[in-house]
Structures are given as structure tokens and as C-alpha cells.
Ligand binder design. Structure first.
Ligand code: HAM
Length: 527
């Protein structure tokens, strides 16, 4: 017998089950309704994509790409993978011709297998793979030559060369890509942009206004409000115009949604981080200033000065705060076009009565942003209090191979937003069980089955016990399940063609014909 063991959800993931799942459905449904009222339509993209799509969009030096992605090679060449793992561990010594002979045969065998699976189409015939195979062949002959020279000269100077070639052989073995390198999406903007280009959505009339709801994956340290599988509701606008009215409308829609779901104690933070013309000059100046104070910064910020300068502004370390506050601010270094865009956006927000706080340090953790960036924080969440992040990304479509296109969007972290709603205790009335059918006696069962179906067809939530229950137990269960009504069907009722409907809240009871019952419950449902 198999060993008994319990399975648990993987660290950083969780189950969302009743009653919370009803709250989640209600939350997502509200988003659909609000977003569709702004003429957004939903898009569903795959949860995994080519790794390079994310690396290119989000940026190789970001935390997400650098350390948080779930990446895997997509193939079923398990035996070849094992063979490679074995070969990369092999170090046949110089001078042991027997062992080297075995090694040579193993490598040759591996290269032959690669040729076979490539010919069969099981492995992609990419230029990188052909090059890797070629190099493996070259390194093998070089190793062979060094072995021969050693037999003849017994010269230990050859040892150095031999080790280097062996090292290169290992690298070349590792370079072979058995399958596509894929990643579970850490966010969806890159996917939406990929889909926009792939399906030529630029030819559609007007802007493409798209929204999505679904899971994202980041290998972060789990804590309250931070998970490895989390859910986002996002929206993106792609098209030719970068009018500030688009930014403002997106923000208005976001706040209308938050209001609809009772997430009101929020703060909107706003910034402009410039464009490809003005930002590089500012970043250069910032880097110069940071180099001067490098010694006073922690190791993370020190590293970021060179790799991702703007991210230093994101630091939460208390001892770095006074230093950061004295750094030059981007608002003073925006080009005329960016300054005007930001000013117009603020006018648009005023027109719509949207309150915000400017935060010059809001640079966001993804590289694709230009100009407008924003974040919304909510209460009751502790350190992970950002419930939404977004901004403009005017160069991203082009970066991913499309025509010059403007873009802006946001993503709401549903896990956090829902946590904040739950902490605020302003929960909505959620749909529950309407009718529990208390049938008694085998003769009543066919009537119970038939009326259950009719009530369900009429849109009511109905529970029909699959096995006969004692009357008292039956009503007890109806109560525990939170049913509004118990529909009592005994032999009396069947004989007279009526039903007894009992309202559980006040025990009010009435006897109704089938037609009256359906009419009564339907009008109840409609409110
Ligand atoms: P982001 O700021 O990386 O932006 O994520 C947006 C929101 O997702 C965050 O504000 C947070 O609420 C939630 N979130 C992020 N990571 C986690 C996590 N590990 N656990 C729980 N919630 C999390 C983006 O993803 C951009 N794609 C937004 C965007 C769309 N920008 C333009 N368009």
C-alpha cells in the first residue's frame, strides 16, 4: 500500500474557496461591468510565454526578471537531458586513455542523438543549437589532440590547456537548448502587447481597450498580501494617441471601480518619469550624484547605481531616506513635451474631480514605463499596501517588434484589494442558497427531483439532498446552509399536488400550487 501522506498547496500559493470565492466572483464581476462601461473588452492570453518576451519588456536588470520568474525548458527529451547532466560532470583525466575513450564515445553518442532528434523535429533546428553541436565536435577533437600530445611528451604544461578546453566543452553542452525556454507570466502587459502585434490590432478602429483577469506568478518571499501565485485585474489602452485624456480616463475608471467595491480609503500617487529623450540625461545626472554618496548607501542601492539607477529612489531603508531626499528630481528635468503632457494630465484629473498626491520617487519596478506612472495604496495591508500599479509605456510595442504605438495601463492586485475590503468589513450581500428541498418518503422523491429542476431553471440556487433525511435533521441542515426557504414535500403534499414553503428566518409557512410557488419565488428573486 502506498505510504499515507498529506498534500498541501505549494508555498506562496493558496486555495480560494467558499465563502471567499463568492466575494472574489463579485469583485471580478464588478470590474467587468465598470470596465465594459468604459468600452474595454476582455482579452485572455496564455499563462506562459517565451522567457525573452518578459526579459525584453520588463528589463533584464529588474528584480522580476533577475530573480522572480518561474522558467522552464519545454521538451520531453528526458533521456538526453540526463545524458547531458552526466557529461557535464565528467572530468576524464589527462593521460588516462581508456577513460578518455569512454568519454569520447559518450560525447559522440550524445551528439548523434542530438542529430537524430533534430532530424525527427523533436528538437528545434536553431542556429544556436547547430553552433553548439559544432563546438562540441571541435572541443572533442582538441581534447583528443591534447591527449595524444601528452602520451608522446608527458608534458604537464598541457594540463592547463586541457582544463580550459574541458571547461569550454561543458559550456557548449549546456548551450544546447532542448526546447523553448518558457516562463509563467509574472505580469500580463507584455503578453497583451505581444497579442496586439501578433493579431494586427493596430488596424482596428480607434484605440484597442483591453482588460484581463487572471493569475500571475512571481517567486517572491511570501508574506501577508504577497504570494507566488497572485491575481491581477488589468487594463491596457494601445493606439496612436497619447492624449493625457486617455491617462485620466484610465485613472477615473480605476477609481470608479474601487468605489463600486467599497475600497475607498485609498491614495493615488502620481509621477512622470519622462521619455526616451529626457530620461537618459536625468538618469546620467542621478548616477553622478549617487556615485558621490555611494559609501553612505546599502549594498542593494550601491549595486543599483550602475544596473538600474532609478530604482535607488524606491529604497525603503530608513538610513538612505535623507540622502535620497537631496537628490535631483525628475520634474525639474522633463523635456517640454513631457512637462506639458504631465501638466495637461493634472488638468484632466481636476476636471474629473480626481484627488492624487505627486510622488517624484514613484519609478515602478518594470523598465517599460515612460511619462505617467502611478500607484494606489489602500489601508489595512501593512507593508504590501500597493493595490494597483500602472503607467504609460509608449515604446513597448516597438521594442517587441511592432509599429510605433502609444500605450498605458494598470494592474490591480486582487488578493490585496480583497484583503483590504475584508479588513474594512464593508462586505456586500453575496448570493446564497435560496431553497432547500426537504423531501420525505421514497414516493415524494420524483416530485422533489422535478421541482428542483424547475426552480433551478428559474435561476434559483437549490439544494436537493441526495438521500432521504429525517424531517428535523433536514430542516437543521437547511438552516446551517443558510437557505432562505425550506420546501417541504411529504406524502400529503404529493397527494394534493401542493408544496409547503417555509421561510426559515421567521418560520412563516404557506401552502402553494406549483404555479404559485414558481411565481412567488421568482418574484422574490427579482427583488
Ligand atoms: P506591478 O506593480 O508589478 O505592475 O503589479 C501590479 C499590482 O499587482 C501590485 O500593485 C500589487 O497589488 C499586485 N502584486 C504584484 N506582485 C504581487 C504579489 N507577489 N502578490 C500579490 N500581489 C502582487 C504590473 O504588473 C504591470 N503589468 C501593471 C501595468 C499594466 N502597467 C501598465 N499596464
Amino acid at each position: 500500500m502506498a505510504e499515507k501522506r498529506e498534500f498541501r498547496a505549494i508555498k506562496g500559493t493558496r486555495d480560494i474557496f467558499p465563502p471567499d470565492s463568492s466575494l472574489w466572483n463579485w469583485f471580478e464581476q464588478a470590474a467587468r461591468e465598470v470596465f465594459e462601461s468604459y468600452n474595454f473588452r476582455d482579452i485572455r492570453t496564455p499563462v506562459f510565454e517565451e522567457t525573452s518576451l518578459f526579459a525584453r519588456s520588463i528589463g533584464a536588470d529588474t528584480d522580476i526578471v533577475g530573480k522572480e520568474m518561474y522558467t522552464f525548458e519545454d521538451h520531453d527529451l528526458i533521456e538526453l537531458e540526463r545524458q547531458r547532466a552526466h557529461l557535464t560532470m565528467r572530468q576524464p583525466p589527462l593521460g588516462n586513455l581508456n577513460d578518455f575513450g569512454v568519454y569520447e564515445r559518450e560525447i559522440q553518442d550524445f551528439v548523434d542523438s542530438l542529430g537524430r532528434v533534430t532530424a525527427d523535429g523533436e528538437m528545434a533546428n536553431t542556429p544556436e543549437n547547430s553552433k553548439a553541436r559544432e563546438r562540441i565536435g571541435q572541443f572533442l577533437s582538441r581534447l583528443n589532440m591534447l591527449q595524444q600530445q601528452f602520451v608522446e611528451s608527458q608534458s604537464t604544461v598541457l594540463q592547463h590547456d586541457y582544463q580550459i578546453v574541458l571547461g569550454n566543452m561543458i559550456y557548449s553542452l549546456r548551450d544546447v537548448e532542448f526546447g523553448d525556454v518558457l516562463t509563467l507570466r509574472p505580469e500580463a502587459t507584455a503578453s497583451v502587447v505581444r497579442a496586439y502585434i501578433e493579431h494586427g490590432m493596430h488596424t482596428l478602429p480607434g484605440n484597442a481597450k483591453l482588460y484581463y483577469i487572471g493569475p500571475m506568478f512571481r517567486r517572491e518571499r511570501p508574506q501577508k498580501g504577497r504570494y507566488r501565485q497572485f491575481y491581477q485585474i488589468g487594463a491596457e489602452v494601445l493606439g496612436q494617441s497619447d492624449a493625457p485624456a486617455i491617462d485620466a480616463e484610465v485613472l477615473e475608471m480605476l477609481l470608479v471601480f474601487f468605489k463600486r467595491v467599497g475600497l475607498t480609503r485609498t491614495t493615488l500617487y502620481l509621477n512622470s518619469i519622462g521619455c526616451k529623450d529626457c530620461r537618459p540625461k536625468y538618469v546620467e545626472m542621478l548616477r553622478e550624484e549617487l556615485r558621490k554618496v555611494k559609501d553612505q548607501l546599502g549594498p542593494d542601492s550601491q549595486r543599483r547605481i550602475e544596473t538600474n539607477t532609478l530604482r535607488v529612489l524606491d529604497s525603503k531603508l530608513p538610513e538612505e531616506q535623507p540622502i535620497i531626499e537631496r537628490l535631483p528630481r525628475i520634474s525639474a528635468h522633463l523635456c517640454d513635451a513631457c512637462r506639458e503632457h504631465f501638466a495637461k494630465l493634472k488638468e484632466e484629473l481636476k476636471l474629473r474631480g480626481i484627488a492624487y498626491k505627486e510622488n517624484w520617487r514613484l519609478v515602478r519596478g518594470l523598465d517599460y514605463y515612460t511619462r505617467t506612472t502611478f500607484e494606489v495604496t489602500a489601508e489595512g495591508l501593512g507593508s504590501q499596501n500597493a493595490v494597483c500599479g500602472g503607467g504609460r509605456y509608449d515604446g513597448l510595442v516597438e521594442l517587441l517588434g511592432g509599429q510605433p504605438t502609444k500605450g498605458i495601463g494598470f494592474a490591480i492586485g486582487s488578493d490585496r484589494a480583497i484583503l483590504s475590503i475584508q479588513e474594512g468589513r464593508k462586505l456586500p450581500p453575496l448570493p446564497g442558497l435560496s431553497v432547500f428541498i426537504a423531501w420525505m418518503g421514497a414516493k415524494t422523491y420524483p416530485t422533489a427531483v422535478s421541482i428542483a429542476k424547475k426552480l433551478r431553471d428559474a435561476g434559483l440556487a437549490v439544494e436537493l439532498p441526495p438521500e432521504e433525511m429525517k424531517f428535523k435533521k433536514s430542516l437543521g441542515l437547511a438552516d446551517k446552509l443558510g437557505a432562505r426557504y425550506a420546501l417541504i414535500i411529504g406524502e400529503d403534499e404529493v397527494a394534493s399536488g401542493t408544496f409547503t414553503l417555509k421561510r426559515l428566518a421567521d418560520a412563516d409557512q404557506q401552502r402553494l400550487s406549483e404555479i404559485d410557488l414558481l411565481e412567488y419565488l421568482e418574484s422574490e428573486r427579482r427583488g
